[in-house]
Write a protein of this length. Sequence first.
Length: 299
Amino acid sequence: MSAVDARIGQSDDVRRLAKRSSRFSRKERIWAVIISIVLLTIAIAWIYPFIWTFSSSLKSNTEIFGSVNPFSPVLRVGNWIRAWQEASMGRYFINTVLVTGGSILISVTTAALMGYALGRYRFRGRTAMFAMFALVIFLPEGYTIIPIYDLLTKLHLDGTLWGMTLAEAGGANIVVVLLYAGFFGQLPAELEEAARVDGAGFLRTFVSIYLPLAKPVTATAVILQFLHSWNDFLLPLVFTLTRPELRTLSVGVYALRNDYQSDWGVMTAAATIALLPVIIIFLFLQRYFIASIAGAVKG
């Protein structure tokens, strides 16, 4: 009887634990549903302006302000054609691609080299250099426009896309340099020693071994520089005051307020043309971006 009683007692304990676990799991499910609803509401609030902008680019003024419904049975693609041709968004798009592509190539290359030197080598003044980089982060970009413009004027590069490209890439992205330094610093020294045994020098070791391993950080550098150059407004505005044909998309969209201030379909179409590449690039490279941040923090 004692054995039977013990088994009965154990089964009662199991049932009580099962009820308690089911009660906890029910509470967890309720909280998960509540959190999901809250996050979904926040996500809709964040994404609605983008949906409204895109849908408005396919509507007339009457349809845009006549209803808050972003969906319309009639798609007016003529707004996109007018924005691309009449409002010169096509030319501005090409200018922006050239400036952004060139600045990415220059900026990522220089940031990777600086990060490699800071992460793999120990030299006098290294700590002071890190501190100086940290201070530069807080320097407003507007303070550097005048000396940059003066320098490019003396080099006879003002009023050119090449000069604007150098200006966009000239400021070292300190966050990217520190990400590269943190990533390269955590890699094993055996890689460098093996390369040295094979007769590889500084650049060959960097290009052949370390840089291919830093694909997540490179993707992050590309994203950050792309966002900076593609969306930059103040510097391209100063450089294109006397050369409107060299405007980038951000300046071109701003200039639309004069000629198309009453045509919201054309203005939202131009804004969508400027916005879509940013979304596509980030969605394509976001997993590398998250991996690089996690790797730098871990290192």
